[in-house]
Design a protein around this ligand. Structure first.
Ligand SMILES: *Cc1c(COP(=O)(O)O)cnc(C)c1O
Length: 410
């Protein structure tokens, strides 16, 4: 390399280092917290024993698992023996739904109630059960992205095996009336599961007061490590296992304990819970500032209820814009965002969530999800608000769709 090219490389490295970098895709995954990493390290190094072994390093690992379970339980107002670690949110959803379905089918109950905009871990699971002879009711979520409790009441039948409604939507952040649905299901004697992956560590949850029978969570959505989650399962409720093998997790979920991950999950959850109100207040302010800034752009709409939503979630649609191109331009400005759920990018179908709240296909295509966490700043938000209008203008200038919209409007 000659002197000049070395200089150029140095320059671009410096420029890259100085350029704003804004991570605004916290609904896809979050950065591991320092606290969680510190808590995990001993279990990745010296305390490597198998938690089921009787010698000292095994027992030390076992103590780590025990403490982690107790922490997760206490945050949700559950008992430690009601917490079962899994590989993540998807496994917890699959286990709860398939397990209850298998158990209830034996009693002749083969009807499941869910919503139209669940995460694919729930949606694809109930669709599979449909193929196996279950009947599934998909409740509407209306324009604001919230399930009506009366619709749940009307849908419950004598053969209803399970109600599974997510706590907060992963794309538009809307929070569902979980306490009311829990009370209703309890009154009707129907089991109630909630996919709370987006809610745990972000909003206060009390499984007992909210009458939740089963709840899914995932550590990487609250600054814990990836590949670990848990299912809360109310005491006395037992259904078939998803993973068979050893006697771990009280014989209900086999596999050598990922002690470091369990410990990291508990540390991250404790930390999130210790700052819950303070983080929510800060995030709500940032969120509203971002929403107000983006709504200044012509033909831009907010998706999902403005108030009843997660503190860090912003989801907007820009008419006449292709979401995927928008993401690429934002990335070039150092902004990481999403056009829907991480799982749907790569496919050309618009998100089922945006269709469920009634967006036309072409509007759904121009959607942008920005999800903030407590380490984002006002400067980040203002930077996004500064970058977006120019990108939208550039994209619309070359969009035949936008031209058509303009003509139609005269
Ligand atoms: C991320 C997510 C999941 C899947 O969790 P994993 O731990 O990634 O398997 C399930 N449901 C919702 C609502 C999510 O946001």
């Amino acid at each position: 390399m000659n002197k000049k090219s070395i200089l150029l490389t140095e320059f671009s490295r410096k420029r890259d280092g100085l350029r704003m970098q804004v991570y605004a895709d916290n609904a896809a995954t979050t950065k591991l917290s320092e606290t969680a990493l510190k808590a995990m390290m001993p279990y990745l190094t010296d305390t490597f024993g198998n938690a089921s072994s009787l010698y000292r390093i095994g027992q030390e690992a076992h103590q780590g698992v025990k403490a982690a379970r107790a922490t997760v339980a206490s945050v949700l107002n559950a008992a430690p023996e009601e917490i079962f670690f899994t590989s993540g949110g998807s496994e917890a959803d699959n286990w709860a739904i398939k397990g209850v379905a298998e158990m209830m089918a034996k009693k002749g109950k083969k009807h499941i109630i869910t919503s139209a905009f669940e995460h694919h871990a729930v949606l694809h699971t109930v669709q599979k059960l449909e193929k196996q002879g279950f009947e599934v009711t998909y409740l509407p979520v209306y324009e604001n992205g919230i399930v009506h409790v009366d619709d749940v009441r009307d849908a419950i039948r004598p053969d209803t095996a399970l109600v599974t409604i997510m706590y907060a939507n992963n794309e538009i952040g809307t929070i569902q009336p979980i306490s009311e649905i829990g009370a209703l299901c309890h009154e009707k004697g129907v089991l109630f599961h909630t996919d709370a992956v987006q809610a745990v560590g972000h909003v206060p949850i009390d499984v007992k007061a909210q009458r939740i029978d089963m709840l899914s969570m995932s550590a990487h959505k609250f600054h814990g490590p990836k590949g670990i989650g848990a299912l809360y399962c109310r005491k006395g409720l037992r259904f078939p296992n998803l993973i068979e093998g050893g006697a771990q997790e009280s014989g209900r979920r086999a596999g050598t304990e990922a002690v470091y991950a369990m410990v990291g999950m508990a540390a991250a959850l404790q930390e999130a819970n210790d700052h819950l109100a303070e983080n929510a207040e800060k995030l709500t302010k940032l969120r509203d500032r971002l929403i107000d800034g983006l709504l200044q752009v012509e033909a831009c709409r907010l998706n999902g209820d403005r108030k009843q939503r997660l503190p860090g979630n912003v989801n907007v649609s820009f008419e006449g814009v292709e979401g995927e191109s928008l993401l690429l331009y934002l990335d070039a400005e150092g902004i990481s965002a999403s056009s829907g759920s991480a799982c749907t990018s790569g496919s050309l179908d618009p998100s089922h969530v945006l269709l469920a709240i009634g967006l036309p296909h072409e509007v759904a295509h121009g959607s942008l999800r920005l999800t903030l966490c407590e380490s984002n700043t006002e400067e980040d938000v203002d930077y996004i608000v500064k970058c977006v209008p120019g990108i939208i203008k550039r994209l619309r200038d070359m969009s035949p769709l936008w031209e058509r919209i303009q003509k139609e409007r005269g």
